[in-house]
Ligand binder design. Structure first.
Ligand SMILES: Nc1nc2c(ncn2[C@@H]2O[C@H](COP(=O)(O)OP(=O)(O)OP(=O)(O)O)[C@@H](O)[C@H]2O)c(=O)[nH]1
Ligand SMILES: [Mg+2]
Length: 367
């Protein structure tokens, strides 16, 4: 039988091993129209995903990029901005010209000015060789023509690679590019609200034997994205514009965000805390000194708290990050979960307890 490729992930279709990539039931292989492997079919039509190992080495991809002098476009999810910087990429960015695309801008409240986001990102990446920064959204179609034009302008007859953390929107952005040149929806790459959707390199022909490459997203091990399971993942990534929630805190207390975050606030005077996170996360006030058992009971038994990672360790094993607030307005960014703005909290102490060692940092304000 002749070799056929999945129309979405471009993997060779096979019907020998149901647990390997490219699997398709035999009967489908006989059909003479574009076909999807079972994994892509399930992603596209059932919104469900089969976990497979990522099938590439980033070191090899970066080596290939260097050798071919290809154009690199880094896709950054605005809610997970530092996750593009695993160690090896860090060194790469210091020496190679790249373009930064800050995607999912539609998730931020409209009141946040684009200029502020741009200046925040420009400062954050000021040590790297960046040729251009674009803010995009494939949802609200923000700057999509500019994104496509940037590829055309900067590629100079070279290959182009889109790199970035998982779920940043690489495949969705490439689909915007494909849509400009074809109206065949079956050629679009599979995307999903899960992590690790793309598991191998996918090449889109640009003509003249040049290609636009979609790559599997990488893990940085500093984001909630890298630690939570697929079920919880889809609830911590907002699906629409975040509606900030304001809490007034008058005395020492805690806020529980599912069992992903216990926020202890030690305050002398009233403090206002604005929470920018997926509105699917249910927050509950609680006492600060919870015993393991009480915390476990609250986070397993109560319907008003969500989402819950079943495999989370005991509360006493959570990692804690402490901030003493010394400004009238302070922004704290929790990678992959969202951010907080604290107002009037000078001298308050904030302790963020999480089941995983994620990166939590005070950032230059962009709100
Ligand atoms: N709100 C919003 N969601 C987006 C945007 N771009 C992509 N998404 C969604 O984000 C999710 C991930 O998109 P993908 O294109 O699959 O992301 P990816 O970077 O290819 O992910 P991996 O293949 O896992 O590395 C999907 O549910 C997309 O619909 C955007 O601009 N705004
Ligand atoms: Mg992808």
């Amino acid at each position: 039988m002749k070799t056929r490729l999945c129309a979405s992930c471009h993997q060779e279709l096979q019907n020998n091993n149901e647990h390997a990539i490219g699997y398709i039931p035999l009967d489908f292989l006989k059909i003479e129209r574009p076909l999807f492997c079972k994994r892509c079919y399930d992603i596209k039509f059932h919104n469900s995903i089969n976990d497979f190992e990522i099938d590439v080495s980033y070191k090899n991809i970066l080596q290939e990029i260097k050798e071919t002098n290809s154009l690199v476009i880094l896709i950054i999810d605005i809610l997970n901005y530092r996750s593009i910087l695993p160690e090896y990429l860090n060194t790469f960015l210091e020496t190679n010209n790249s373009i930064l695309v800050i995607n999912k801008i539609d998730l931020l409240p409209k009141s946040i000015k684009k200029e502020k986001i741009l200046s925040f990102i420009t400062n954050t990446f000021s040590n790297f060789k960046i040729q251009k920064i674009i803010l995009t959204s494939t949802m609200s179609k923000l700057n999509i023509p500019e994104f496509i034009q940037t590829i055309e302008t900067f590629r100079e007859n070279r290959d182009v690679y889109l790199l970035g953390a998982t779920n940043s929107g690489k495949s969705s952005l490439i689909n915007e590019y494909i849509k400009k040149y074809t109206n065949k929806t079956e050629e679009l790459i599979a995307t999903s609200f899960y992590k690790n959707t793309t598991i191998r390199l996918i090449s889109v022909p640009l003509g003249n034997n040049r290609y636009l490459y979609d790559t599997p997203g990488f893990s940085s091990n500093l984001s909630f994205y890298d630690f939570v399971d697929l079920k919880v993942f889809r609830y911590i990534v907002p699906s629409k514009e975040i509606k900030p929630i304001v809490y007034q805190i008058n005395r020492s207390s805690s806020l529980l965000f599912g069992n992903l975050l216990k926020l202890d606030i030690i305050t002398e005077k009233p403090l206002s805390i604005v929470i920018y996170m997926a509105n699917t996360i249910k927050i509950k006030r609680a006492k600060t000194d919870l015993k393991n058992e009480t915390y476990t009971n609250i986070t397993t038994n109560q319907k008003e708290i969500f989402p819950i990672m079943k495999s989370a360790p005991l509360l006493s094993k959570y990692s804690s990050t402490k901030f003493r607030i010394n400004k009238e307005k302070t922004d704290i960014y929790l990678h992959g979960l969202g951010f907080l703005t604290l107002r009037n909290g000078v001298d308050s102490i904030i302790i963020l307890n999480t089941p995983y060692e994620v990166l939590i940092e005070e950032v230059e304000t962009f709100i």
